[in-house]
Write a protein that binds this ligand. Structure first.
Ligand SMILES: [Zn+2]
Length: 272
């Protein structure tokens, strides 16, 4: 039996799951994934994430936000709509939000505007932030430093950076989300040493499915689609890198995730 784990980043509203979403969730639950946080990356996918959460409020939470890739599709006029979504009791965090200068699908200026708007909203509703950053560390950190003292909490999701980035995040008392990137023998090797630097009470794990299929799964699945059922594999790799028993890492990351995303709040009225 695998110990219970929580997938804090799963794009379950993605259309690659349209044909077999229920089956994907069942397979994950059978593999020991007790809870899942469905990522919102646009207003539309945030609404879909909330609808999924509502279908099984004891299993799911949602995030609501606008990914930096979509920042240019987030006019100021949409702020009230996002505020409304963030107030939903099933929304555990604002985001994913942040900066991504890797391809600049939205301009850096649009990304910064959307990021600040979402940080303001997170402060307003008193919820943590689910953060995305790629190739934009210094600009990202400068903005985050302004807000961090007033923010409830934050997680740097899908951390793939270097030691300086990690230490900067930990100094801001952020939590760190580790994906199957750590299983990638081409570009994830540096994470295997770095993951030891993360205090156990700041560590969470995620698949980012359907993206980032772990490259070292045995046997190799057919197709490229990642699924939440592979989270126990990521747990094992993270635990091995840290030199800790998987049960210990599972217990800590689960405790962290349940508290961070508000699973522990009274869920009696959440399904309505
Ligand atoms: Zn992301």
């Amino acid at each position: 039996m695998n110990p219970a784990v929580v997938d804090i980043g799963l794009n379950l509203a993605h259309d690659s799951f349209d044909a077999d979403r229920d089956h994907v969730v069942e397979a994950a639950r059978s593999a020991g994934v007790s809870h899942m946080v469905v990522t919102g990356s646009t207003l539309g996918s945030s609404r879909a994430a909330i609808a999924l959460a509502r279908s099984q409020p004891n299993v799911f939470r949602a995030t609501a936000g606008v990914h930096p890739h979509h920042a240019r599709e987030f006019p100021d006029d949409d702020v009230p709509a996002l505020r409304e979504l963030l107030r939903d009791p099933l929304v555990g965090a604002a985001g994913e939000c942040g900066l991504d200068h890797f391809r600049n699908f939205s301009s850096p200026a649009d990304q910064e505007r959307a990021f600040r708007l979402q940080l303001e909203l997170a402060l307003e509703v008193g919820k943590p932030v689910f953060l995305h950053q790629r190739d934009a560390h210094d600009a990202f950190l400068a903005i985050l430093r302004d807000y961090r003292p007033r923010l409830a909490a934050g997680v740097a999701h899908c951390f793939t950076g270097d030691q300086r980035e990690l230490d900067d995040y930990l100094a801001l008392d952020l939590s760190i989300g580790i994906t199957g990137w750590i299983c990638d023998e081409r570009r994830g090797l540096h994470l295997r040493g770095l993951v030891r630097r993360i205090p156990l009470d700041r560590l969470m794990i995620e698949t980012d499915a359907p993206y980032l299929l772990p490259r070292d799964l045995q046997p190799k699945p057919h197709g490229r689609r990642n699924e939440p059922k592979y989270l126990p594999h990521i747990l094992k790799v993270v635990a091995a890198c840290r030199g800790e028993p998987p049960e210990q890492v599972a217990a800590a990351t689960t405790r962290n995730a349940l508290a961070f995303f508000g699973f522990e709040k009274d869920s009696d009225n959440l399904a309505n």
